[in-house]
Design a protein around this ligand. Structure first.
Ligand SMILES: *Cc1c(COP(=O)(O)O)cnc(C)c1O
Length: 482
């Protein structure tokens, strides 16, 4: 893609789209934000958008849709079975993802459920580069276990390694030899490894994983929810592909996997999801679960309008000038925070900027959830809603013991074509203030802990009155500014 240079020499990510439909935002006073936090149990998932200014919770279903997607939703062929909208989606999957068969599902985790129901048994082990919350929950729900096989450099916050999402090939072979190939239903590779900061794997690494899968006769499954961004970073960072294009890179990646599943909420700026494969055998193994859990095979639990938006969105992922928007804004934010000495995951990945709460809140023990505390504190002083990606997002082990996360991150998602650069600058400004006042952030404790995926609906409370003290300091510094 051609770079756009500024006469000033500044590195400014330029928006290559214009805004035609807008939504009003609410920046409420800090007193209301404190009340809202209390009502939400200091869990940003439970906040109401009436209290949120910039919603950086997730990229899931929050990317801006294009005019062509909205237009396609109007031509939806709303039939229970045999819909032409599904025919268009199937064609888009064949063209963009290069896979022949498509099983539609209502969102990414539904694909994880079906794959786990079909292949995971008690005693199964699934090696993966790194877990994703819902993928892990579905595998363990069916009695399986996971093995995370990243290289050590993946856990280094301040790094310039281009492919921190790579799977450790030596460890993969060790794990297979130790557990036995027959107990390993599949190897899972996640594009743009979400929970370690949206970090990609290289195609060379995927080829190496494929070789091991072939050697031991194990299926290779690709979680392609963030496939477009992984492909974009391959173009940027992998020598062999520097003159290549999105279509070639995506086809190369999906071509190495036996099955690719995805959340269309991320991949194609729509809703829904899918499982695709070239193998009729795999298709047959999974097919019957679609009507059981999702819906008929030509809508899979999605509204038919979503099916149309997904088809168009898939073609749009091939457009580098579209796909680059979120990674370039993320890079801008990461570089700005890094310049101020705020610890963020580097190199900048996809999905969002990831602030290292383990360092920012070094005074808060992991048992008091530093990343959750940082997310709450940022919301309090800015109305910016990020997401905790640390120990709150972890699940307890089989004996009910707390397991601490490898990283304690505050994730600030930057969905595609949603925010303007001045909004990104506001985030940067408030984070600078918070970093300068970081000793005011205190810990959290659970007051309501659901047994599964506790981070979604769990309730926490501050340890001590640090939120009130922080509000007082904010008012001292900002006067009556919001
Ligand atoms: C979001 C996500 C999922 C789950 O998709 P949903 O549509 O939210 O159910 C699975 N894997 C990865 C890597 C994701 O980012």
């Amino acid at each position: 893609m051609q770079e756009i240079k500024f006469y000033s020499g500044e590195n400014i990510p330029l928006e290559l789209h214009k805004v035609r439909v807008v939504q009003k935002l609410h920046l409420v006073p800090i007193e209301r934000r404190l009340e809202a936090l209390k009502e939400a149990g200091f869990n940003t998932f439970r906040l109401s958008t009436m209290d949120v200014f910039l919603d950086m919770l997730t990229d899931s279903g929050t990317n801006a849709m294009s005019d062509n997607q909205i237009a396609a939703m109007m031509q939806a062929d709303d039939a229970y079975a045999g819909s032409q909208s599904f025919v268009r989606l199937e064609k888009a999957v064949q063209d963009v993802l290069g896979k022949k068969y498509l099983l539609p599902v209502h969102q990414g985790r539904a694909a994880e459920n079906i794959i786990s129901v079909a292949y995971v048994r008690k005693g199964s082990l699934v090696p993966m580069n790194y877990h994703f919350t819902t993928a892990m929950a579905h595998i363990t729900d069916k009695g399986g276990q996971i093995a995370e096989l990243l290289y050590d450099e993946a856990y280094v916050i301040n790094s310039d390694h281009p492919f921190k999402g790579n799977m450790n090939i030596e460890k993969l072979e060790e794990v297979i030899n130790y557990h036995g190939a027959k107990n390993i239903p599949f190897i899972r590779m996640e594009a743009s490894t979400n929970l370690i900061g949206g970090q990609p794997f290289s195609i060379q690494n995927l080829r190496d994983v494929r070789a091991i899968a072939d050697k031991y006769g194990i299926r290779l499954i690709l979680d392609g929810s963030l496939l477009g961004e992984n492909a974009f970073l391959v173009l940027q960072r992998e020598e062999e592909f520097k003159d290549s294009d999105m279509e070639t890179v995506i086809h190369t990646m999906t071509g190495l996997a036996d099955l690719c599943y995805f959340s269309a909420r991320k991949l194609s700026s729509s809703r829904g999801g899918g499982i695709c494969t070239d193998s009729l055998e795999i298709f047959r193994e999974l097919e019957a679960f679609i009507p059981l859990y999702e819906g008929f095979l030509t809508y899979g639990g999605m509204s038919i309008r979503e099916v149309e938006a997904m088809a168009v969105g898939l073609y749009e992922t091939l457009d580098e000038s579209m796909i680059c928007q979120s990674p370039s804004f993320i890079k801008y934010l990461v570089d700005a925070l890094d310049a101020k000495g705020i610890p963020v995951i580097k190199p900048a990945g996809v999905l969002g900027a990831h602030v290292d709460a383990m360092q920012v809140c070094a005074h808060i023990p992991q048992s008091q959830y530093p990343a959750g505390a940082l997310a709450a504190a940022l919301f309090l002083i800015s109305g910016v809603r990020g997401m905790e990606r640390g120990s709150v997002s972890n699940q307890r082990d089989e004996y009910g013991n707390e397991t601490y996360s490898d990283m304690e991150l505050l994730r600030l998602a930057v969905p595609r074509r949603v925010f303007t650069l001045s909004q990104i600058k506001y985030v940067e400004d408030r984070l600078n203030w918070l970093y300068d006042n970081r000793e005011l952030i205190g810990g959290l404790k659970f007051v309501y802990e659901p047994p599964v995926l506790r981070f979604f609906m769990g309730g926490l409370a501050p340890i001590g009155d640090w939120p009130e003290k922080m509000m007082a300091k904010f008012k001292e510094d900002f006067g009556d500014s919001l």
